[in-house]
Design a protein around this ligand. Structure first.
Ligand code: ATP
Ligand code: MG
Length: 472
């Protein structure tokens, strides 16, 4: 994310800065320089040549030394980005760090990163100072040259003392336009580099092409996975030859050990990725042919770790859409079973919650995400249940909320709790990316040789256990 932000924000700023100043700065600098040269040559040919040659030397030196500190400055920026990345990550993980007593370790790492930042920063600063001191030295030299030339010409009776003062004064005036022009040249280089980086960014092609034109049908949606094979990268396939068909309105429980590919299946259903082989059809349409808008509108996905944004509960339910009336938000939250909680808050649905979910529990966050899905009225709901456990009271609210939410819709529910799949119609058991079992829930529960029955038998406190003895 840091690199991406730097590319979008840093590069665009460099380009904007260049193009907002470039013409004006360069033009005014060139005009001022030309004016100085003309007047100098007009006053005295010798003075004119001295000033012109001096200006060329200064410009040459400045351009030559400009790049002297660039590498060191880039280095410094890189380390500074690392430092902020480090701080951000540790702040986000502060609970984990405390709970594991990792505070001193983190502080030691922090010191190391800070030390690197300090050393690189000092080096870059020193190099920049060399350029700065050199340019001050050059212009002091310029003053000496102007004084010498002036004195020589005055004593030779070529010019008056007033003209000598003019030469000195204009010599000092050279500094600003020359710096202005060389600065702009440097900015132009940076902008050119930024432009080419941005061009690479714009030419990135999404993994999933979004040119489909078909619209998903209304009502509950059917699902058909046909010989789906999928891998995230070159590594081994995460899903292998998975074929599953579900009629519209069915409720499916997806079970399997951690890492067996449950979330991956749901990501294919929501078309975060396309399968490497095989097809995913929803509502009878290959997802590759469906418009992205239709996918967003008709498929709702509640993920394993719900993200809340800095804003009110209302904002979080509507995704900051002001056109949704408050009453609809309120009733969605009530349907989900959060009515009492909302009524107990001093500002109701306008209560602020933080980006990391400050003032809201994991269970409540999950329920707020249910309300998001509820507002949309989708034809397919995908629920990826968080594997962390919630208290029994919230569990009941959650189970009721899920029942409400999936009423009259197709639903794929990844469950870690027995209670969550108590009412589903069908069960799919996944093992190492292969669908090893798929049948009506009752059929599987009644078959003592099924993996599902084994899971039921070993479930403790209503939670499926990843037991070695469970044959998955
Ligand atoms: P859990 O019950 O822990 O949520 P899961 O069944 O949902 O597990 P998946 O998230 O589907 O498991 O992951 C299946 C496999 O794919 C795992 O081996 C995982 O390491 C790998 N995987 C998941 N996401 C990615 C990703 N973005 N890039 C590469 N590999 C991934
Ligand atoms: Mg998962």
């Amino acid at each position: 994310p840091g690199v991406l932000i730097e590319r979008i924000d840093g590069d665009v700023t460099a380009i904007a800065k260049t193009f907002s100043h470039f013409a004006v700065d360069v033009l005014s600098g060139v005009l001022l320089l030309l004016g100085i040269f003309v007047i100098m040559f007009f006053e005295s040919l010798v003075a004119g040549w001295v000033v012109l040659i001096f200006a060329l030397v200064v410009a040459g030196v400045l351009i030559g030394t400009r790049s002297f500190a660039v590498a060191a400055s880039e280095d410094e920026r890189g380390v500074s980005a690392q430092l902020y990345g480090f701080i951000e990550e540790r702040l986000a993980a502060v609970d984990d760090i405390r709970a594991n007593g990792a505070g001193p370790f983190v502080m030691r790492r922090f010191t190391a990163v800070m030390r690197r930042w300090f050393h690189r920063g000092r080096r870059a600063w020193l190099k920049r100072s060399v350029i700065w001191v050199a340019s001050i030295g050059l212009f002091s030299l310029g003053s000496l040259v102007a004084l010498g030339t002036g004195a020589f010409l005055v004593f030779g009776d070529v010019i008056t003392i007033g003209t000598a003062y003019l030469i000195l004064n204009y010599m000092n005036k050279l500094e600003q336009p020359i710096e202005q022009i060389t600065n702009q040249m440097q900015e132009l280089q940076k902008a050119a580099a930024g432009l080419s980086r941005l061009r690479t960014l714009f030419s990135k092609v999404p993994l999933v092409d979004r040119s489909g034109t078909r619209i998903l049908p209304s009502g509950a949606l059917s699902i058909e996975l046909d010989a789906v094979t999928f891998a995230y990268d070159e590594a081994a396939a995460v899903l292998e030859d998975v074929s599953l068909t579900f009629a519209p309105g069915r409720h499916i429980g997806l079970l399997g050990r951690t890492g067996s590919g449950k979330t991956t299946i749901t990501k294919l259903l929501a078309r975060f990725y396309d399968p490497d082989r095989g097809t995913v059809q929803i509502g009878g349409l290959d997802l590759r042919n469906v418009t992205p808008e239709s996918l967003d509108a008709r498929i709702a996905f509640v993920t394993q770790d719900v993200q809340l944004f800095d804003g009110t509960i209302r904002d979080n339910v509507t995704f900051f859409d002001p056109s949704v009336p408050d009453t609809r938000v309120q009733s969605a939250l009530e349907e989900i079973g959060l009515g009492d909680w909302i009524d107990g808050l001093p500002e109701g649905i306008h209560t602020q919650v933080g980006s990391s979910g400050t003032g809201i529990s994991a269970g409540q966050a999950q329920l707020v995400a249910f309300a998001r899905a509820y507002l949309e009225d989708p034809g397919l709901i995908i629920l990826d249940e968080p594997s962390s456990r919630v208290d029994p009271a919230t569990e009941v609210i959650m189970a009721n909320a899920i029942d409400r939410l999936i009423q009259g819709r197709t639903a794929v529910i990844i469950a870690h709790r027995l209670d969550t799949v108590r009412h589903v119609d069908e069960i799919v058991v996944l093992s190492n990316g292969i669908a090893v079992e798929h049948d009506e829930r009752e059929t599987l529960a009644a078959d003592p040789t099924s993996a599902f029955a084994a899971m039921l038998a070993t479930a403790r406190d209503g939670v499926f256990i990843d037991d070695e003895e469970v044959r998955l």
